[in-house]
Design a protein around this ligand. Structure first.
Ligand code: ARG
Length: 605
């Protein structure tokens, strides 16, 4: 990967300075990578307070190593590094200073150089800014959403849908072939019950006009009736057996359920702008499990326990993995083991991600462990090992405050209801703010959906989300609508600027602290994207955009000494040109960042 020259110069100078200040220790420990420029490069941080500089290197751990106080290490090394950085190294003109600050050494960059290069990179790169080729030739599978058919599409599947949709986009941006997979829960004994209920009380088998809530009603009715009449359960077992044995009539019914559900899910996905490359499901694996079970048996990994076929995972933390029950039925885990191996054969992926709630973390540990044991025992060559490439991308709960929902059916908060309510609330707000807007419907959709999407991304995935209507739709809060609104304002500024925006501007005109901050955040966008992929965490991008919008809005709302708003476009043509280059750059990056999160960026609102 191409190195950032500011960081390269800084890490090179630090490495040099360590050697200069502590020659003996360096000779003694010199082979330790902690003094190498590469190591330092990888461990550079950002100062907490951006006023302290662009990059920070912590030296706490060096105190002990060098037998010196960390603050003294920082002072001595910073002094040498500063001298070195100004005169030597591959880029002697890029840093203006290296300064000790407690246990850190901070670097300042040549602002005009960084600003010029950043504006140029954003304005010429446009939608490709932040993209890279790191994933070239590699495939990443991202499985997400994966709702259960014949069940309501509830908010339980909201977060996986949104996180996965974003991850798919982020990996694509970095040059990976990223494949979005929807793995429907379309198999299990509950379908035996559904079939009986449908045959007894359903309105016919055409499926015409039936909806998921009709199916859910039938399912609820089944459970009520089965309490009175236990013979129903026997019939349900028979029906499921018929399904397993591919009885044509029963299979037909099952397909009807699947079609009804899928049609409804698709409508929600389309509305939200969520996409998949492969819609599959558990049933797809039915005829593939036996071969995998045989492989596991051959590898000597299976045993019988009370008639059931299990794999002992040889791990005190994990219970044995059940492959086949005594009655012959396979399980959720059997399907996932088979599915992972199947995905490998089909895609030869670099990584396979499963965006599924933390509640299923033991399940995935078991599944991956079984595959790992299989590969060990079959002595699969390292580069073909699948278990190491599989990752459970877990996430916390979504808490909906009480009485926040307009509709509740049963105990499930329907995704549809959440989205519709968000769009309605957005419509009210837009009417208030901009009653003349022509495309109110479309804009309300973009903003409402954006609010819901962003609510799931503005928090680190392993934390719980507290969904509060007033917060997610607040145009001034840390929300999707706030970013979308900022984007629309930038577009409007650009519409009102008669000149052509170019990167060839006098960057020295951008001399205010807030402008500097905006430039830095623009420059750091590619890193935020990379970090998002590395940590499977779209939140890095969400947070970055909020900072960028915040910094920009400070410039925009800046008042001069007389308390007047300092207009971006003024009599000073060169100043206006420089600021408009900034405006356009921020608009590009916010638009591109929103796109990576799955949100639309309106031109107007
Ligand atoms: N359908 C499952 C559920 O709703 C989620 C599937 C997760 N993915 C997987 N490969 N097991 O709980």
């Amino acid at each position: 990967m191409e190195k950032d020259k500011f960081k390269e110069q800084f890490s090179g100078s630090l490495s040099f300075a360590f050697q200069k200040v502590y020659p003996e220790k360096y000779a003694e420990l010199g082979r330790q990578q902690v003094f190498s420029a590469d190591f330092i490069y990888e461990n550079l941080e950002k100062p907490r307070d951006p006023a302290h500089g662009r990059f920070a290197f912590p030296v706490f751990r060096y105190g002990k190593l060098l037998g010196d106080k960390p603050t003294d290490v920082a002072l001595k090394v910073a002094r040498e590094a500063a001298a070195h950085a100004r005169s030597s190294g591959p880029h002697p003109d890029v840093l203006t200073d290296c300064i000790a600050a407690g246990g850190f050494i901070n670097a300042r960059t040549n602002f005009e150089m960084e600003a010029g290069e950043t504006l140029d990179a954003v304005l010429t790169g446009r939608s490709t800014y932040g993209s890279s080729q790191e994933g070239k030739g590699r495939t990443v599978l991202v499985e997400y959403s994966s709702p259960n058919i014949a069940k309501p599409f509830g908010v339980g599947h909201l977060r996986t849908t949104i996180l996965g949709n974003s991850l798919r986009r982020i990996f694509r941006k970095l040059g990976y072939e990223s494949v979005g997979i929807n793995y429907l829960g379309d198999w299990g004994t509950q379908f035996g019950k559904m079939i009986v209920a449908w045959q007894k009380w359903g309105r016919g088998k055409s499926g015409a006009g039936e909806t998921v809530s009709d199916l859910v009603e039938l399912y609820v009715k089944y459970h009520q009736e089965a309490e009175e009449d236990p013979s129903l359960d026997e019939r349900a077992r028979q029906a499921f057996k018929g399904l397993e044995d591919a009885d044509p009539e029963i299979t037909d019914l099952w397909e009807t359920f699947r079609d009804i559900s899928l049609a409804e899910f698709k409508r929600v996905y389309d509305f939200m702008g969520v996409e998949f490359d492969w819609i599959t499901g558990e049933a797809f694996l039915n005829d593939k499990m036996e071969a995998v079970i045989e492989r596991l048996e051959k590898a000597g990994l299976t045993s019988l326990s009370e008639g059931a076929l299990i794999v002992d995972l040889k791990d005190p933390q994990l219970p044995p993995c059940l492959l086949r029950k005594a009655d012959g039925a396979t399980l959720y885990a059997t399907r996932d083991i088979t599915g992972l191996l199947y995905r490998w054969d089909r895609y030869h992926f670099h990584e396979a991600l499963y965006v599924v709630a933390s509640a299923q973390s033991d399940h995935f540990k078991q599944v991956f462990k079984v595959v790992q044991l299989l590969e060990e025992s079959e002595q699969v060559p390292a580069e073909e090992r699948v278990a190491e490439r599989a990752r459970h991308i877990d996430f916390g709960w979504v808490k909906f405050g009480e009485k926040t929902m307009s509709t509740r059916r049963g105990n499930v908060v329907l995704l549809d209801d959440v989205i519709n309510q968000a769009v309605e609330l957005a419509r009210d707000k837009i009417r208030e703010k901009n009653p003349d807007l022509k495309s109110i419907d479309e804009t309300a959709r973009i903003i409402g959906v954006g609010a819901v999407l962003f609510s799931q991304l503005s928090v680190r995935r392993q934390k719980d989300v507290n969904f509060v209507w007033d917060e997610v739709l607040n145009f001034e809060g840390e929300t999707g609508p706030y970013l979308q609104y900022t984007h629309a304002r930038l577009c409007s500024l650009l519409r009102n600027y008669p000149e052509k925006v170019t990167p060839k501007v006098e960057v020295s005109k951008l001399d205010r602290e807030e402008e500097r901050r905006v430039i830095e955040l623009l420059a750091d966008f590619p890193e935020a994207v990379r970090d998002g992929a590395r940590n499977y965490e779209p939140n890095h991008i969400a947070t970055h955009l909020l900072r960028l919008a915040g910094a920009f809005n400070k410039v925009y709302q800046r008042k001069d000494e007389q308390g007047r708003i300092d207009k971006i476009i003024s009599q000073d043509g060169a100043l206006s040109a420089a600021r408009m280059a900034l405006v356009r750059s921020v608009q590009i990056v916010i638009g591109e960042g929103l796109d990576l999160l799955g949100l639309k960026a309106p031109q107007e609102m």
